[in-house]
Design a binder for this molecule. Structure first.
Ligand code: PMV
Length: 319
């Protein structure tokens, strides 16, 4: 039986600044970690015969894992069981005697990377507890494997930014590129409170593309060139330009049918209250928008976002 040591790992949420959806089709995207929310996984050894038990106090659930996690139909079981199965297989061990306690402050299905963060924290803590700590390069493909099970055809951006905990300029299949942020900037992340599973919007955008590859392909390419301009602006510290680029990216996401009235209303409210720009972030049709603000406008924009229906607003500095 595998010896188990106590171990704890955390993983942050993430926000996509530019390029969601087009990134699935080969265009670049920019994402940053969101440290204000995170998942923590803590492993404690259990007595012989205890099995692998997952305790999720926030969900009020205790689960006993099977050797082959498979798909159970219980979302929590699938979300925690599969990362453990993938990690255990990669390490060539069977299920050890342990209790894994999970805590998360990342809202589910809202575009903040809750699934990838959960898988990252679990795999990291599990591997460390059994004496085989994983490097980021080793962990990233495991979390991508989990993302594929849950999201169909993910680009890999979520797992990459969350595993490496650094801003990334991401192109599907290309080596990971991080980049420098010349001047910190402030974002508000406003949650519509409407969960929206990413695989549905990704599937709808694919269908749209297949029905009209020329027109939709042009939208993807326009988003891609905007992402390149945004990277230059971030690297040179010309932050004010980013607001205009966010507005343009949001308009293009509307063309891709992944916005919603609630998301549009929040973007409009943020701009009226003085934000430099605003856009949906992530899969869309629900989840979050992000608004770029001068720090002194943050409180006013935050209030306007709540008045427009945001159930929570997180302020974060990208640096
Ligand atoms: O997981 P979300 O909802 O933040 O969306 C991920 C971004 C998409 O581009 C829509 C999908 C992907 O796999 O890149």
């Amino acid at each position: 039986m595998t010896a188990v040591q106590p171990a704890t790992a955390t993983a942050p949420g993430k926000i996509i600044l530019f390029g969601e959806h087009a990134v699935v089709h080969g265009q670049p995207a920019i994402a940053v970690p969101l440290a204000a929310v995170q998942v923590t996984a803590s492993v404690e050894p259990g007595p012989p015969g205890h099995g692998t038990i997952v305790y999720a106090p926030d969900a009020g659930k205790t689960l006993t894992l099977r050797e082959d996690a498979g798909t159970s139909g219980d979302p929590l079981y699938d979300a925690v069981g599969y990362p453990i199965e993938v990690t255990r297989r990669a390490l060539g061990i069977s299920l050890p005697d342990m209790t894994i306690t999970l805590r998360s402050t990342i809202p589910i299905a809202s575009g903040l990377g809750s699934g990838a963060a959960l898988a990252t924290a679990i795999s990291r803590a599990f591997a460390e507890a059994v004496g085989h700590p994983l490097s980021n390069d080793a962990l990233n493909p495991l979390v991508y494997e989990v993302e594929k099970r849950h999201h169909g055809t993910p680009s890999g951006i979520d797992n990459t930014v969350i595993v490496y905990e650094q801003p990334v300029f991401f192109v599907r299949g290309a080596p990971i590129e991080t980049f420098a942020i010349a001047r910190p900037f402030t974002l508000l992340v406003a949650d519509s409170g409407q969960p929206s599973p990413t695989h549905i919007t990704v599937g709808d955008v694919r269908a749209l593309y297949e029905a009209n590859p020329a027109r939709v392909g042009l939208v993807f390419a326009t988003i891609g060139s905007l992402v390149n301009t945004a990277r230059q602006a971030i690297e040179s510290g010309t932050i004010e330009i980013l607001g205009t680029l966010m507005d343009k990216n949001h308009a293009l996401l509307r063309h891709l049918t992944v916005s919603s009235d609630a998301l549009d209303d929040m973007c409009i409210a943020a701009k009226r209250a003085g934000a430099w720009g605003a856009k949906l972030s992530g899969g869309g049709r629900g989840g979050n928008i992000i608004a770029l603000v001068a720090p002194e406008r943050s409180a006013a924009v935050s209030e306007a976002l709540r008045a427009a229906g945001a159930v929570s607003v997180i302020e974060t500095t990208v640096q």
